[in-house]
Structure formats: C-alpha cells, structure tokens
Design a protein around this ligand. Structure first.
Ligand code: B12
Ligand code: SF4
Length: 456
C-alpha cells in the first residue's frame, strides 16, 4: 500500500479582536514563525513503526485546512488530531473517503472522542499509536470494515525501546526546528492538562543514548538543527537530566524545552543545561500568586506549593544564561480582574525574557472539562475549534467571560509592547552580566602578586 501521513500544523485562534491586535499567538510572537511549521513527531513515530513492504509519504495540510492533491494517490492516510483543528481534519477525512482513500485517525482529540471520529474515519485509534499502528495497517491492507482500535489492547509502549522517528521522510521542507522526545508524560496531574491526562500513561524517561541517537538522526538530514523537546516535563529526574546534558554538549545543538519550576533548585543542572545548548525553558507558572493555584494540581498541590518561590526561581534560571518563557493561564477560578495587572507586574519585575498568556481552556477528556460541563459553565459545548488556548468558551468564576476577553486584550497590548519587551529583555541581560561578575573569583593582593610573577 501507499500510506500517507498527513499533518495539520500552523497555529489557530478565532477571536477577531485578539487577531486584530496582530498577535495570532501571544507569547510566541517571536517564536511563531519557527513553531508554526514544526513537523508532527507522532506521525514520524508511526512511520517508524510501519510494517515493511509499504511505501510511506509525509504531507502537510495547507494553512487553511486544505489537503495537498498528491495525498489522493494514497491507499491509506493517517491523520493526527488536536481539538482545535479536528473539524478541519474531519472535513479532509470525509473528502478522502469519498474519493476511495482509507483514513486512520489518532491523536489527543480522537483518543477522548473515538465515537465522534468514527463518523469520519475508517479506523480510529485511541492512545499511543506506536504498537497498535501495525495492526491498523494490516487491517487496511486486508480491507477490513471500519472499527476503533484501542492502544490498551496492545503491548504497553516501552519508552526504553522507541525507534528513531522517520525524520528522513521530511525531505527538504523548510522546518527550522525539529521535535525530539526525551520523555513521555509528567508526574503531576493538573486538572486542565490536555497532554499527559489524555494519553493516560505514567511519566517515562527515555535512555539518554536513544535521545542522542534521535538527535543525530535529525542532524543527518539537517545542518545545525534547532531542537525542540516535545516533552511534557523534561527535568523531573535531575540526575538523568544532568547525564542528558553532558551527552548533548558535544553535539553543539541549541535546544528548547518545557519543564517545571524545580530546575531552579539545582545550579549544577542549570549550568549543564546552558553549556549543552539550552536557550530557553518554558515553565507553566499558570498564576503569579499561589492562592488561585490551590488544588489545580491534584497529586500533591505542586503548583500552589511552589508559587511563592516563582520570582526567585525565574531569576536563578535566567542568571545562568537560560531565558525563561513564563506561561500564565488567565481565568482560573481564583482569578478576579486584578489578575491582569498582577501578571504584567510579575513579568516586568522577574523580568521574564518571554511570556505566554493563554485563557483557561477545557479540552475534552480533562477533569476541568468534566467539572465545567457539570457546573453548566461551557458556553458553546462541542465547539472544539475554540480549544485554541486564546478563545474564551466558558463562564469564569471571578469575572465575566467578556471581562476575561477584554483583560486578555489589555494584557496582550501591554506585555508585548516594544517598551515592555525591551524592558524585560534588558533586565535579563543586566542580571546575566551581574551574575557573571559575581561568579568570577576575586583576586586578593597576594593572588595578584603571584599571578604577576608566575611567568618570571
Ligand atoms: C509540538 C506541539 C505543537 C506543534 C505541532 C506540530 C504537529 N504538526 O504535530 C505546533 C507548534 C504546530 C502546535 C500547534 C498547536 N498546538 Co500544540 N503542542 C505541541 C506539543 C508541545 C508536543 C506534541 C508532540 O509532538 N507530542 C509527541 C508525539 C509523539 O505525541 P502525539 O502527537 O500525541 O502522538 C502520539 C499519539 O497521540 C498517537 N497519535 C497521534 N496521531 C496519530 C495518528 C494515528 C493515525 C495514530 C494511529 C496514532 C496517532 O501516537 C503518537 C505516538 O505515540 C504538545 C504538548 C505536549 N507536551 O504534548 C502541544 C499540544 C498538543 N498543543 C496544543 C494546542 C492547543 C495547539 C494549538 C491549538 C495552539 C494554537 N492556538 O494554535 C495548535 C494546533 C495546531 C494544529 N494545526 O492543530 C495542545 C492540544 C490539546 C488538544 N487536545 O487539542 C497541547 C497538548 C498543549 C497544551 N497546552 O495542552 N503544537
Ligand atoms: S505540570 Fe504541565 S505537563 Fe505536567 S500535568 Fe501539569 S500541565 Fe500537564
């Protein structure tokens, strides 16, 4: 069979007023060009798990949700779904099936709503696709009738034995960042979290040598790639993290990742991260003050417990030369309209090199979604296209939906103004210089004399 892997990349937001501000992805203003075209790592993993004897081709849908015409030459097309683009994905799937092409759909959205997806795809796959995919390919080759495949019915995915994603299929598409995973899952349980919670697997870190092997595979197809770790939370295990950094350093790549705030407590790790090419960490701070975070992380109240140290933590990380992209969620139940000023003040004072602001978003399958539906607070149920992190689709508790929207515009204009951006970045460089000076050993008078006479 000829199998197509169809990714829908790009970024999504609908709120016309927010778009009018010229920021389709607040906080990613400077990253948006780069990340808008990240390849789909999930599909590259499927490719690596495809049984021998089939021809594979990787495609990207157009930014307007249209599929390339070449995809119609395939016998089977695999589509990966996020909630925000799922209606576009369904429309593409319908067109392909009308033309006689079989369609398999997997990914975060259909994992939660397989019955919805079954109306549009021949094969719907829930959970991690790695081990179930060969069975899907065999079913398509035999011409089996449509059905739902559950990853739970197949051997659990062992993160210690993942194959190299098929980066070679990307050809010469103009990506300037490539995703690699160092781990899957996260030990925490935030009620709004749409990644870890949906795939429902525990935190698993990969062998460092496998991660290095994958980055080398990227380097084989691209010179000087910038690596984005597509992890939920990279540095949960600090000892393993240090080993990863030591092995990364000789590769000479620059990289970005998402991690929790605990990296700030380990200066040795921070130095190794910087020395191994880490340019930025994105940290889900969610709220500048702990009160609104009470109960948001249900395993050990991690976020509420650590919030008091956020300012210090950001400064410690940035002083080692790693920029922090602080990510905030606006509209948590504990937030009142005062939150917008508070986030602005925190970002300026920390000072955060980059900031990302999003609105609380109830992704289907999350505890948050279940609670908001139960409380009758979802404004337009089923509008998955509004799950963009920028569109308000629920009734907040401490303000109205309109106040939340307007607060988002107010904050967007101020946080990303030239003046505020320059202030935050200048602050980063000033702190960095100060930290460097402070870490230089001071010479005593005797040291100086010894140093001056050393070569005599
Ligand atoms: C990289 C990334 C992106 C890239 C995606 C590139 C691409 N084409 O895939 C870019 C920057 C483009 C992006 C954009 C967006 N993203 Co994003 N992104 C991520 C991130 C950081 C990593 C995803 C990843 O690579 N995971 C690793 C791979 C291996 O896992 P996977 O994709 O889930 O695939 C596995 C399974 O799901 C399954 N599978 C997946 N597809 C298929 C298909 C078949 C046929 C089968 C059998 C199996 C299968 O098998 C795979 C292997 O086990 C996650 C956060 C996270 N840590 O997960 C957010 C995340 C996925 N993004 C999210 C969001 C909201 C968005 C945007 C809507 C933001 C916006 N406003 O524009 C857009 C939507 C883009 C779009 N076109 O739909 C949410 C999605 C939640 C949801 N339920 O929809 C996440 C979880 C972040 C969050 N804050 O909650 N994103
Ligand atoms: S810390 Fe981040 S990845 Fe982990 S559960 Fe919370 S939101 Fe999800």
């Amino acid at each position: 069979m000829k199998i197509g892997l169809l990714a829908l990349s790009g970024i999504r937001a609908h709120d016309p007023d927010l778009l009018a501000l010229g920021l389709t992805l607040p906080g990613f203003v400077h990253r948006s060009q780069a990340i808008a075209s990240l390849p789909s790592l999930g599909l590259l993993y499927l490719a690596a798990n495809t049984p021998a004897g089939h021809e594979l081709e990787y495609f990207e849908a157009e930014a307007d949700g249209k599929e390339p015409t070449e995809v119609y030459r395939c016998d089977l097309v695999a589509i990966s779904t996020f909630s925000a683009q799922v209606f576009e994905a369904y429309a593409i799937a319908d067109r392909l099936r009308q033309a006689g092409v079989k369609v398999a759909m997997g990914g975060l959205h259909v994992t939660v709503l397989p019955d919805e997806a079954a109306a549009h795809a021949d094969y719907v796959i829930t959970g991690e696709g790695d081990h179930v995919w060969p069975a899907v390919v065999d079913a398509a080759a035999r011409g089996d009738t449509p059905r739902v495949f559950n990853a739970g019915d197949h051997a659990a995915v062992n993160a210690g034995r993942l194959p190299v994603p098929r980066f070679d299929l990307l050809g010469d598409r103009p990506y300037n960042r490539f995703t690699v995973q160092t781990s899957r899952g996260c030990p925490w349980r935030c009620d709004f979290c749409a990644s870890t919670v949906m795939l429902g697997r525990p935190y698993r870190k990969r062998p460092v040598s496998d991660v290095i092997r994958d980055i080398e595979a990227v380097m084989a197809v691209r010179d000087h790639p910038f690596i984005e770790f597509a992890d939920d939370n990279t540095f949960v295990d600090k000892t393993w993290g240090k080993e990863l950094c030591r092995r990364l350093a000789p590769l000479g790549v620059h990289w970005f990742t998402e991690t929790d705030v605990s990296v700030a407590n380990d200066p040795e790790l921070l130095d190794l991260m910087r020395a191994s090419g880490c340019r930025q960490v994105l940290i889900g701070l969610e709220s500048p003050a702990g009160g609104a975070l009470e109960g948001v992380e249900s395993r050990s109240n991690f976020k509420a417990r650590t919030a008091a140290g956020y300012m210090d933590a950001v400064r410690r990380i940035q002083s080692r030369g790693i920029t922090v992209n602080g990510s905030f969620i606006l509209g948590l139940d504990g937030h009142t309209p005062a939150i917008f000023e508070q986030v602005l003040a925190f970002a300026r004072e920390a000072p955060l090199y980059d900031v990302q602001i999003t609105v609380l978003t109830a992704f289907p399958g999350t505890p948050l979604y279940t609670r908001l539906v139960r409380e009758g607070r979802v404004l337009e149920p089923g509008r998955w296209d509004l799950c963009t992190l920028f569109d308000v689709n629920y009734e907040p508790r401490g303000m109205t939906a309109q106040q939340l929207r307007e607060g988002m515009y107010w904050l967007t204009e101020r946080l990303y103004s030239d003046e505020c951006t320059e202030l935050r970045r200048r602050g980063f460089f000033t702190e960095r210089r100060r930290a460097r000076r402070a870490s230089r050993p001071r010479l005593t008078a005797i040291d100086t004399v010894e140093a001056m006479t050393a070569n005599v």
